[in-house]
Write a protein that binds this ligand. Structure first.
Ligand code: SAH
Length: 225
């Protein structure tokens, strides 16, 4: 999978993309992530990328020309399955959406800043808008990093069997059961006996029961779906 990210702050991705699973996915050539500095596509000599909003009001708006130039220069090089804009009013990211996106070959993610991007970009060049939650961030970079992490860990071979994404919360419409490791007892806090019983059938049933119970308590909406 190839992911092209258009951003005013490429350095913000140094941390999230250079550790752990996203790093490993790139090393194994399962994910190719390219960062593009939007300012490099500015059309004037001051490398301007934002301007005052028509009709006034607070905040600056990201200009059309640099964004259009950047997206279209990428599209000349290859076919993209989606051109995504990170936006608080976009479709909410959830596991089914991450699953669907993870099978695509090439995607662009545009990170907004200031008051957002000129609406005409959204109308004409963006194919999908994604929000990571009903709150406002100062820029799209953190949202893009969240989206990329959620997709990349699903690519075949990125996670080993021991951490298979299929056993994670939401994959079967339920949240995960609780997990424990050694020691068996700490300050009198015990691991449930059943997990030490060695009876695979009972353990499977217990985990399933826990998942259902927790889903009812914590995410009842998942059961309605
Ligand atoms: N004025 C806009 C918010 C702009 S925030 C509004 O009220 O909708 C600046 C940028 O941060 C946005 O353009 C978007 O790219 C990003 N952003 C902010 N919150 C986000 C969220 N919850 N999910 C995804 N992107 C978000």
């Amino acid at each position: 999978m190839r992911i092209d990210i258009i951003t005013l702050f490429p350095e913000m991705f140094d941390g999230p993309f250079s550790h752990s699973i996203v790093k490993r996915a790139q090393e194994k050539n399962m994910a190719e992530i390219h960062l593009h500095q939007l300012r490099d596509h500015a059309t004037d000599k001051h490398r301007r990328v934002d301007d005052y909003p028509f009709s006034g009001g607070a905040g600056m708006v990201m200009m059309i020309e640099p964004v259009a130039r950047c997206i279209e220069s990428l599209q000349k090089q290859r076919q993209y399955d989606e051109v995504i804009y990170t936006s608080p009013d976009g479709e909410l990211l959830d596991q089914p959406m991450a699953n669907r996106l993870s099978v695509l070959s090439n995607i662009i993610i545009l990170c907004g800043h200031y008051k957002g991007i000129d609406e005409r970009i959204r109308e004409h060049l963006i194919t999908k808008e994604i929000s990571i939650g009903n709150y406002v961030l100062s820029g799209g970079e953190l949202a893009a990093a969240v989206i990329v992490d959620s997709l990349v860990r699903l690519l075949p071979g990125v996670l080993g069997d021991e951490t298979s994404a299929l056993s994670d919360s939401f994959q079967d419409g339920l949240v995960s059961p609780p997990v424990y490791t050694r020691p068996r007892e700490f300050r009198g806090w015990k691991v449930p006996d059943i997990l030490l019983s060695g009876n695979e059938k009972l353990i499977r049933e217990w985990k399933n029961e826990q998942s259902v119970r927790r889903t009812k308590q914590r995410r009842p909406g998942l059961l309605d779906e």
